[in-house]
Design a protein around this ligand. Structure first.
Ligand code: CMX
Length: 135
């Protein structure tokens, strides 16, 4: 079973400008900025109450974020759900017929193991599973 919404991912063209906008909007600064080289993204994270927002900007033209913005413009890119055991959940979702975009979970931003479900299988929403890395 999936847990709480861990964060919302928002695709942005210019991370510095978006940081300024979201700092004004939320009334607080990002608590961290982190590059995920394997995904060709630079991210920044904000808390709003108990909720987390991730801004994502492409660092390379091959990034999923560049393609997304070229096709659909800036906006909500993915919804991430916390899971306790990502391997078990991926097996469950595969059996349910969802297309998993990663052969294996991989290390994402903010100390998480992550994997994605194809948006075509979830009503146009890219779903991310994320499990806290504890060791
Ligand atoms: N949400 C909803 N739909 C999306 C989407 C998204 N984030 N990204 C792409 N799509 C749609 C496209 O609009 C397109 O729809 P149409 O067929 O109706 O035109 C379709 O999916 C195919 O899109 P595409 O541009 O041809 O892109 P690809 O098929 O090459 O890749 C996807 C799409 C989702 C498989 C790929 O982006 C992916 O593997 N994403 C997971 C990894 C990722 O997003 N990494 C960046 C974030 C990393 C992080 O959070 O750290």
């Amino acid at each position: 079973m999936l847990g709480k919404i861990e964060h919302l991912g928002i695709a942005v063209k210019d991370l510095d400008k978006a940081n300024e906008t979201y700092t004004k909007l939320l009334g607080r600064k990002p608590y961290k900025q982190e590059e995920v080289a394997s995904e060709h993204v630079m991210t920044s994270f904000f808390m709003s109450g108990e909720n987390k927002i991730e801004l994502l900007a492409a660092t390379h033209e091959d990034s999923a974020i560049s393609k997304y913005i070229a096709k659909r413009g800036e906006g909500i890119h993915h919804v991430a759900f916390a899971v306790e055991n990502i391997y078990e959940e991926l097996e469950r979702l595969k059996k349910e017929g969802f297309t998993i975009l990663n052969a294996e979970p991989k290390k994402g931003a903010d100390n998480k193991l992550i994997a994605f479900v194809h948006p075509k299988d979830s009503n146009g929403v890219l779903v991310e599973l994320c499990q806290e890395i504890t060791e």
